[in-house]
Design a protein around this ligand. Structure first.
Ligand code: NAD
Length: 388
């Protein structure tokens, strides 16, 4: 077994009221011109005022950029990068879900590099992110992506997704305040929550899992399993929001260090071709991918079953792994996400192009405990379509 490389950055503040750490952290950098990156919804509901208000009161020059869109296409990234390059900023603060945080990371590093974003994409790009970029502080407002602790920026292409990835994209500071998630609507709470769950589950069965990431992944699964349904039912349930913030953060640390696998590889084409949100794409595929690879990791599936609140004690490994898949499907169903691709109006005729794009995600597929080749990917999409 190889030695594990583990990266646990950035400096993080996590817990109710953690946002009060923003000013002291900004002060350390003494910025002259701060760019705050967010999406229009968060500006509209006044959530961004909680960030820009105190900064402006302290006399900082703050520019609010609100042109982030969910699952941002590469063109939206290009626009923000140009804006950042031209604006002479010396700090970027990302406020929002994974879409805003990913673009903040991208803008931070590409502000000090030349050329278009496409040059830096993982699948087709030719250039590496060589410099660290502007100081970046990330403040998540959803409990899902873990983007505040990863070195990835995900961008939507015409039919799939790709990433810009390098440790230079890691934030300098992450501030995770569950109070900022109270306003997340139920549908987004459900999708982002299952995204976080998928990070933890895939980190636990990844070929790169280590004892450290195992502990993180199982704790994330426990927190999410006990609180996701409650957070969806009642967005003002503070304890549920606290659990989800912690679960998402911990799952982020787990998957950043162990990697995600088949579910994410197959979810990217689904998001790219049908504009299904990242969380929902993962959610609909999670039980089918886990059902397909089950035999390669039955003992670990038993552990996941226990973390989900089940009990594998009197079950054979085989039975526990079946039960684990059922529990995952039940959770997805309970939070109101369709359990089949047809539930998202994906036609059967699309399964072949999904398969062809899925095969391209070699970097991610490499972490699957069961190698997933073209026929396997086709079979999984087919069963997710049929619900079988
Ligand atoms: P999102 O950022 O796209 O936000 C979804 C919606 O929720 C938006 O309409 C937004 O306005 C709204 N919203 C966010 N916070 C809110 C709040 N507090 N109150 C009310 N509404 C709120 O969703 P997301 O799932 O967090 O991020 C998805 C993106 O992150 C995708 O592009 C995905 O590929 C990417 N991602 C990145 C990583 C990573 O490690 N970098 C990991 C997983 C996913």
């Amino acid at each position: 077994m190889n030695a594990a490389k583990l990266v646990f950055t950035p400096l993080s503040y996590i817990g109710w009221g953690a946002l009060k750490e923003l000013l002291p952290e900004v002060e350390k950098y003494g910025p002259k011109k701060i760019l705050v990156v967010t999406d229009p919804m968060l500006a509209k509901i006044g959530l961004t005022d909680k960030i820009t208000g105190p900064l402006e009161e302290q006399g900082y020059s703050v520019t609010l950029y609100t042109e982030v869109v969910p699952e941002p296409p590469v063109e939206v990234g290009e626009k923000l990068v140009s804006f950042t390059r031209e604006g002479g900023f010396d700090m970027v603060i990302g406020v929002g879900g994974g879409s805003a945080l990913d673009l903040t990371k991208l803008a931070s590093v590409l502000a000090v590099h030349e050329g278009p974003v496409t040059d830096y994409l993982n699948l087709t790009g030719t250039r590496a992110v060589e410099r660290k970029g502007l100081p970046k502080i990330l403040i998540p407002t959803t409990s899902g992506t873990g983007s505040e602790v990863t070195n990835i920026s995900v961008l939507s292409l015409e039919t799939t997704k790709d990433v810009v990835t390098h440790d230079n994209l890691l934030a300098d500071v992450a501030i995770i305040d569950p109070a900022l998630t109270l306003s997340v609507p139920p549908k987004v709470t459900a999708a982002t929550g299952i995204d976080a769950l998928t990070h933890a589950v895939e980190a636990y069965i990844s070929v790169n899992a280590s004892p450290t990431t195992d502990g993180l992944a199982l704790q994330a699964i426990r927190l999410i399993a006990r609180s996701l349904r409650r957070a969806v039912e009642n967005g003002n349930d503070e304890q549920a929001r606290i659990d989800m913030s912690n679960g998402s953060y911990i799952a982020g640390l787990a998957f950043f260090n162990a990697g995600v696998a088949g579910v994410h590889a197959l979810a990217y084409p689904l998001g790219g071709q049908f504009h299904i949100s990242h969380g929902e794409s993962n959610a609909v595929l999670l039980p089918y991918v886990m059902g397909y690879i089950r035999k390669s990791c039955v003992t670990r599936m038993g552990d996941i079953l226990n973390a989900l609140g089940g009990n594998s004690a009197f079950l054979s490994d085989e039975e526990a792994s079946y039960r684990c898949v059922e529990e995952l499907k039940r959770l997805v169903n309970d939070v109101g996400i369709p359990n089949t691709l047809s539930g998202f109006d994906v036609p059967e005729s699309a399964l072949e192009s999904l398969t062809q794009d899925g095969v391209k995600q070699k970097r991610i597929l490499a972490r699957s405990p069961l190698p997933l080749l073209e026929d396997d990917i086709r079979n999984i999409y087919q069963s997710a379509f049929e619900g079988a």
